[in-house]
Design a protein around this ligand. Structure first.
Ligand SMILES: *Cc1c(COP(=O)(O)O)cnc(C)c1O
Length: 391
């Protein structure tokens, strides 16, 4: 039996397969591999969240199906967080929806707005889900290059009018994975105008909403005036609270979009385990969160500074990013991104991510994930410095 669907057949080959193979081979040979490849926080979920989970998991009343729209307590906690943190008022009944991790919602929103023949505007380099879900829904991605000379913001004015007219969704993600760029409020305002003009939905991916450095606090897309008329924003507890494995996120914003996603999801999944939603409430409302979030920002900022310093010493022109857990840097002349990453792995046992893995405009760059302890990161950077220079 091999009658696979076109959508599966057409999936791009897994770009990291080659690297994964090499990493495995290196480990088998006894190489001390240091992986700066994965965007998965290394620190544990804080105790105050685990404690609440332990209580809730033991409660029989949490063992059945959760309500379709999610727990009212969780929706309220998200609304409270938006008011406190962004000054944005949300109706927890109609403008907040829990997700099984934000990836799930990001992937499914395309199915609510995109028909065969439609176009979605997809930033490149970017999180691969925007383009893939567009293809799954029968649409065509139109790439928005994120270029260093534009501070990794898409140039909305360069989008051809006939493409903009056909477009149903524009995806945005700030603080940005993989570039570490952040967006100013005036860019979000410009995006709202664009969305109004062409009657399209903005999907803003805010996975790094709490990870900002040098006193920068990431803004919500919904802070832009009129955003609620045109935008849905996806948030996640994964990176913020070291809860990637728990699978908890949320969608907020435009009612029509939130309601459509809700209707789609009730036909596909049955929600998030109630105990996890209660743990999510705890994550967002417990006063200990502030201290915890500060400690995480400080931890990543120290790591960022170690990596930036080492790269600068080796001649790299890197600006310290103001958000995310990544560093995005150009590969030296004479290498493709895949060749450079491969070279570093062979010579040093350090795993980097080739920029090409995030799209064609990622070519020429590599990504460092700040997800290992300081000593290990220091060691990794020393090894890289010994074999590579930026020229
Ligand atoms: C990690 C990540 C996500 C997915 O997070 P989950 O909530 O764990 O599904 C979404 N977008 C970006 C840009 C990410 O880096």
């Amino acid at each position: 039996m091999d009658r696979l669907s076109e959508r599966i057949r057409k999936l791009p080959r897994y770009l990291f397969a080659e690297i994964d193979k090499k990493v495995k081979a290196a480990r088998e040979k006894g190489v001390d591999v240091i992986s700066l490849g994965i965007g998965d926080p290394d620190a544990p979920t804080p105790d105050y969240i685990i404690k609440r989970m332990q209580e809730e998991v033991a409660r029989a009343s949490n063992h059945n199906y959760p309500p379709d729209q999610g727990l009212a307590e969780f929706r309220q906690a998200v609304a409270d967080y938006y008011l406190r943190r962004h000054g944005v008022t949300l109706d927890p009944q109609h403008e907040v929806l829990p997700l099984i991790g934000s990836k799930e919602g990001i992937a499914h929103i395309a199915f609510c707005f995109t028909d065969a023949g439609d176009v979605n505007l997809v930033p490149d380099p970017g999180y691969p889900v925007y383009g893939i879900s567009t293809l799954f829904a029968g649409g065509t991605p139109y790439l928005l290059p994120l270029l260093q000379e534009n501070a990794f913001l898409p140039d909305l004015e360069s989008i051809p009018v006939e493409i903009a007219r056909k477009a149903k969704i524009m995806y945005l993600n700030y603080p940005n994975n993989p570039t570490g760029a952040v967006a100013p409020l005036h860019f979000f305002r410009q995006a709202v105008e664009f969305a109004r003009q062409y009657n399209l939905l903005i999907c803003h991916d805010a996975a790094y909403s709490e990870i900002g450095y040098d006193h920068y606090r990431p803004i919500s897309f919904l802070e832009a005036e009129g955003a609620r008329d045109v935008a849905i924003e996806f948030g996640s507890l994964s990176k913020t609270f070291n809860m990637t494995g728990w699978r908890l996120g949320y969608a907020v914003g435009n009612r029509t979009a939130v309601e459509a996603l809700y209707r789609f999801k009730t036909n596909l999944d049955s929600g998030v385990f109630k105990a996890i939603q209660y743990a999510g409430v705890e994550a967002l409302v417990n006063p200990q969160r502030e201290e915890f979030l500060r400690s995480m920002r400080e931890l990543y900022q120290r790591r960022r500074d170690i990596a930036v310093k080492a790269l600068s010493e080796a001649g790299w022109p890197v600006e310290p990013p103001r958000g995310t857990i990544y560093l995005w840097a150009p590969v030296p002349a004479g290498f493709t991104s895949a060749e450079f990453v491969s070279h570093i792995l062979d010579e040093t046992g350090v795993v980097l991510t080739p920029g090409r893995g995030f799209g064609e405009y990622g070519e020429g760059y590599f990504r460092i994930a700040l997800t290992v302890a300081e000593e290990r990161l220091q060691e990794a950077m020393e090894r890289i410095k010994k074999v590579a220079k930026f020229n």
